[in-house]
Design a protein around this ligand. Structure first.
Ligand code: ADP
Length: 842
């Protein structure tokens, strides 16, 4: 038997190969609790030999002190602890992870085989910096002859790489998903830096963008609070020119411990980040088309070994963030453009569509879908071209179909103005434009187009045409109305100038002329009034007026025509004395218009009914007749200027079509209304005047204004001008208007005339023989007796300067008119004079 102590050293593990085999053989085991190899039990020797031959990481812990022996594959796992770990107690070698690994070792020494697929250790000194590591291993107890545990064998594998790679991959997936759903570019940055900071458990992560001028544009960062902002955040590369230059050249910056790193970049980062308390710093560039467009930086409060994997991940995050921002910016720009376009199209009543020729699919936008909704062009859906055509008015369908067919065949642009049917009836006018897009062979592929709602324009055009037509009708009627009286006047004039005419013939001819001239004057009065209403210058002078006096005055005016047509007149007047605040003349004018119409538009021998009653707080006057009636469709129209209904036109009684417009205008000026009703053509009509604010009670004599008072005693006018023709025409004009006029041709005659005639108004030419106008005026003012009504004095001159006006006023004139005199101005002065005369009378 060989004494083990006598064994040659070469006989110790003679077959083992490799670095660890050499080290085990050379190790001074005698100085360890295992003792010299010669004293080792066979089991230990055998296990060591197997261990060294294994091509996977293995170690053996032996004896109560758990002395370590390990193979070549385990050595790298030990990092800086190798080779010193050989022959050392397990608890000393792995002191930094003993809290985690110690209990497992105890279980193995307790005789239990322990298997672990993944266990995580944070190793602090394996590589000189803390690191997260992962392992899969089995601890197998080795029993001695008597059953006690002599040691344990460990087979293990470090899985750190696989675990971290897996984790980073899943982070990337999550990041991709999250970023994809964000529409706001700023939110993209905020989320990306937050997720990365959380994933890597970092003090701070920031993303900065660099403008075309090389300066930082924006920076977004997220911190966990370990680098308090009060002490200054780690400065970004934007504040570090050297670092920025390095990033610009595409280099990464990774500084594990700012207190130990050397070199210009480390010095710059350390200097700028000192006050923030950062100890580790890394930055990654994002270079596009040779230009640094963005960077991502990582900072930590404690030193940190930036692994290649982490830097790779950070670079990847920078890239994804940039791409997501680009996408979000493009999308939001696109969205804004779309919204703007939609708003513009909406505001302009424009619809669009896109038609795919091959599939016969028409894609309408929302506007088109709602415009054509009725006819099957569905919202957001697809339709055929025929459903688009089906939306149009039946009369427009065939022309549109032809136009589309021709455009598709010849590849031409097309345009169509047509009507689109609407829900609930009616239609809207549109103009549609389409453009045909063709392939290289000339075949039509698509046909996008727009459609503009032009209904308002069309309606305006129609209204204009209608107004134009009414104007033409009016002119024709006016010519007719003016010519009508000419024939009798001409015959009467011839008779009266015939020396052989009898006295009876002469009287007849004068009556004819007077009647015809009165008719013409009435016609012209109405015309002038209507023109005043449209120009907004017709005035109503409201005074307390008895309803009865309005009715009386109107009847007085209408009676001749009622009588001429042999109508029966029925009256229904409220027994209560009613009065209203109204212009008696204008109200009588409105009512007499209605009565005259009733007479005109009722065949001779009909019935005209007039009722005046209080209905709640309004005076309601109704004029109904048994006449030709009015079609329901015309009821609104008849109040428009120059409007006449067909059957009325055919009647010889037709007027100018302004009477009802005048009635409406007068009622509106009084705050009242007029409306018409009729059961239909041939069934009579009823016109209702309604005037609010009716009062019950008799008016005092002072209040009472007979509506026909002014008409009964016409205003007296004296006119002095040495131009005989001028004076006479002006007089004629005033007489036509119902005024009583006397003429003088020089100053003295004028004085005489005023003294004897006592006119209400005096028109004096200034340049007259004898006394001039100023002298006459002065004289008249001097003769004026106190308390006696003074006439209105009006100067007529060829000079209209401010000085001339003043001179006239100084001479005692009330007004000053420049020649040629504007008849309207003259009439206005007289209307005013009439009003003040009424005022005096009251
Ligand atoms: P004018 O009588 O000069 O034609 P109006 O403005 O007074 O003009 O009336 C407008 C139109 O209204 C008339 O042309 C006629 O067609 C219709 N109209 C007015 N009054 C009656 C009525 N009492 N009965 C039937 N139609 C009427």
């Amino acid at each position: 038997m060989t004494d083990p102590a006598k064994l040659e050293p070469t006989a110790f593990l003679p077959h083992a190969r490799g670095d660890m085999a050499d080290r085990v053989r050379r190790h001074d085991w005698a100085a360890t609790p295992l003792g010299a190899p010669e004293t080792w039990p066979d089991s230990l020797l055998a296990l060591v030999e197997i261990l060294l031959a294994c091509n996977e990481p293995r170690f053996l812990a032996w004896g109560p002190r758990r002395i370590m022996v390990y193979n070549d594959h385990y050595a790298p796992l030990c990092g800086s602890k190798h080779p010193a770990a050989l022959g050392q107690p397990f608890a000393e070698v792995w002191a930094d992870i003993l809290d985690d690994v110690g209990p497992i070792m105890e279980r193995a020494y307790g005789g239990e085989a322990v298997h672990m697929d993944d266990i995580m250790f944070t190793m602090r000194d394996r590589n000189g910096y803390p690191e997260e590591t992962h392992f899969a291993f089995s601890y197998i107890p080795v029993h001695g002859r008597t059953g006690e545990v002599s040691g344990m064998l460990c087979t293990c594998r470090e899985t750190t790489d696989a675990v971290l790679t897996q984790r980073l991959l899943s982070f990337q997936l999550r990041l991709g998903d999250v970023l994809r759903s964000i529409a706001d570019p700023d939110e993209v940055k905020r989320v990306a830096v937050r997720l990365l900071a959380e994933e890597l458990a970092l003090g701070q992560v920031g993303y900065g963008e660099i403008g075309a001028d090389g300066r930082a544009v924006t920076q977004t960062s997220h911190g966990d609070g370990s680098l308090p902002p009060s002490r200054g955040t780690p400065r970004s590369p934007a504040d570090m020119p050297t670092t920025l230059a390095a990033l610009g050249s595409g280099a990464r910056v990774a500084l594990h411990d700012l207190d130990r790193e050397t070199g210009p970049i480390a010095a710059e980062v350390a200097a700028t980040s000192r006050d923030s308390g950062a100890r580790a710093f890394a930055a990654l560039p994002l270079v596009k088309h040779g230009r640094l467009v963005a960077y991502l930086y990582l900072a930590n409060r404690t030193p940190r070994r930036w692994s290649e994997r982490e830097l790779e991940l950070a670079a990847e995050v920078a890239e994804r963030t940039w791409a997501a921002i680009e996408r979000a910016s493009t999308e939001s720009a696109l969205r804004r453009t779309r919204e703007r376009l939609a708003a513009t199209l909406d505001a302009a009543d424009i619809s669009t569509w896109d038609y795919d020729v091959g599939s016969d699919h028409l894609l309408p936008d929302d506007n088109l879908a709602s415009l054509c909704g009725l006819c099957g062009v569905s919202q957001g859906g697809r339709d055929q071209l025929e459903s688009f055509i089906a939306c149009t008015h039946p009369d427009d369908r065939e022309p549109l179909r032809q136009r589309l067919r021709q455009a598709l065949e010849q590849g031409q642009d097309w345009r169509s103005e047509h009507r689109v049917l609407q829900q609930g009836g009616g239609h809207r006018w549109v103009v549609a434009h389409g453009r045909v897009e063709r392939d290289a062979a000339g075949r039509a592929l698509r046909m996008p187009g727009v459609l503009v709602d032009i209904t308002d324009r069309k309606r305006a055009e129609e209204a204009l045409q209608e107004a134009d037509r009414r104007k033409d009708d009016f002119l024709a009627t006016l010519a007719h109305e003016l010519r009508n009286p000419l024939a009798p006047i001409r015959s009467a004039a011839r008779i009266s100038s015939d020396p052989s005419a009898t006295l009876q013939q002469l009287r007849w001819s004068h009556e004819v002329i007077e009647r015809q001239v009165r008719n013409m004057a009435l016609l012209l009065d109405d015309l002038l009034d209507v023109s005043r209403i449209t120009r907004g210058i017709l005035e109503v002078r409201k005074t307390p007026t008895a309803a009865a006096s309005i009715v009386e005055a109107a009847l007085e005016a209408a009676r001749p025509v009622l009588a001429a047509r042999k109508h029966k007149l029925e009256l229904d007047i409220d027994p209560e004395p009613l009065h209203v605040d109204a212009d008696p003349l204008r109200m009588a004018q409105a009512l007499s218009n209605l009565l005259t119409n009733a007479a005109k538009y009722t065949d001779p021998g009909g019935t005209v009914r007039l009722s005046a009653r209080r209905e709640r707080d309004a005076l309601v006057i109704r004029v109904s007749d048994s006449g030709i009636g009015i079609a329901p469709s015309s009821l609104e129209r008849i109040f428009a200027m120059f409007s006449q209904v067909e059957p009325a036109l055919e009647r010889s009684e037709g007027g100018l079509g302004i009477g009802l417009a005048l009635v409406k205008g007068i009622m509106e000026l009084h705050g009242g209304t007029v409306r018409a009703q009729s059961a239909g053509l041939g069934r009579g009509s009823e016109f209702v005047l309604s005037l609010p604010g009716v009062q019950v009670g008799t008016l005092s004599a002072a209040d009472h204004q007979p509506a026909s008072a002014a008409a009964a005693t016409p205003l007296r006018v004296a006119l002095a001008d040495d131009n005989v023709d001028g004076a006479e025409t002006l007089a004629a004009l005033l007489e036509l208007d119902g005024y009583e006029v006397r003429i003088a041709h020089d100053g003295l005659a004028a004085l005489e005339l005023v003294r004897s005639y006592r006119p209400d108004a005096v028109f004096l030419d200034i340049g007259m023989p004898g006394l001039n106008g100023y002298e006459v005026a002065r004289q008249l003012r001097e003769e004026q007796a106190p308390g006696e009504p003074a006439p209105v004095l009006v100067a007529l001159t060829g000079w209209g300067g401010a000085g001339d006006k003043q001179r006239a006023l100084d001479a005692g004139f009330d007004k000053h008119l420049t020649k040629p005199v504007d008849p309207d101005a003259l009439l206005d002065i007289l209307t005013e004079a009439a009003a003040s005369r009424q005022g005096l009378a009251a």
